[in-house]
Write a protein of this length. Structure first.
Length: 276
């Protein structure tokens, strides 16, 4: 079977990601502020089946309106300091977030970022991993999956290793990854290889494309035009989707951090996926 034929099968009608394709709605953060219901209706009308909100435990209205419009909400990016830097040994603030997430009907919580103070050294990453492991066990008791969402800075060489290597080595079975393929590629790495290497340890993916011709790796900020609609950049999505299914990934979410017309961009990206 040729690679092109395999690509055509990647998002067959019964493919789990086609049936439940998601959108990380940080993509539409400005539009959501201006018109929450109208923006989420545009997401549903574009063909997305679920959304992944941000800012939890804030943003409850986003969740409620999305559900009212028939969009599923399984996962959310949350106030990660409660897990990364707990104020007490019992993780009391994080436990409150877990209770709220359970009441909201969520099954996934995602740590979306690390502040500079928490990633200055490999020892910082080890400390963060230890705290996230404890938080993940607490979350699992409530039947909620905790995961870490990467950028590219985790892949920057530090001493003899990288922060991401530390997470791979240190995360317990309860703690998983949400892999953002854009930032993996920004670090000049192959998303497919990373997904295969973490088989069984990735709960979700962010599907994002990156501008062709960029000189990589880039571990810091990128120009706004580096963020592209799916199919308009250098990342081939078909093998990523195939690898995700083999690795046991549960959900895939489209995201585009920057766009001059975010509504048009999310429509173009989901249309691209439907053509595969």
């Amino acid at each position: 079977m040729t690679g092109s034929t395999q690509s055509l099968l990647a998002l067959a009608d019964d493919n789990i990601y086609r049936k439940n394709i998601g959108l990380q709605i940080y993509t539409l953060r400005d539009q959501l502020k201006a018109d929450l219901k109208g923006t989420l209706k545009a997401v549903a009308d574009a063909g997305y089946q679920q959304v992944e909100p941000f800012g939890f435990p804030g943003g409850q209205e986003m969740v409620n309106v999305a559900k009212d419009l028939g969009l599923d909400v399984h996962s959310i990016h949350f106030d990660w300091e409660a897990a990364v830097n707990p104020t007490d040994d019992g993780f009391s603030d994080f436990r409150k977030i877990i209770e709220n997430a359970k009441d909201t009907g969520l099954s996934h919580l995602v740590v979306p970022y690390l502040h500079d103070k928490d990633r200055k050294s490999l020892d910082d990453y080890k400390r963060v991993a230890g705290n996230l492991n404890k938080a993940a066990v607490i979350a699992k008791e409530a039947e909620i999956q905790l995961a870490y969402h990467n950028h590219s800075f985790e892949f920057q060489p530090m001493e003899e290793s990288t922060g991401y290597d530390i997470f791979v080595q240190e995360f317990c079975d309860e703690m998983m990854f949400e892999v953002d393929v854009f930032w993996v590629r920004a670090a000049d790495l192959d998303p497919v290889s990373l997904i295969k290497g973490l088989s069984g340890r990735i709960s979700q993916l962010h599907l994002k494309d990156i501008k062709k011709g960029l000189k990589l790796p880039i571990y810091g900020g990128l120009p706004k035009d580096a963020f592209k609609e799916l199919g308009n950049g250098m990342i081939s999505m078909e093998p990523i989707i195939e690898a995700a299914k083999a690795a046991g990934v549960v959900h895939c979410h489209v995201e585009q951090d920057q766009s001059p017309d975010p509504i048009a961009s999310i429509k173009e990206s989901v249309a691209y996926l439907k053509r595969l």
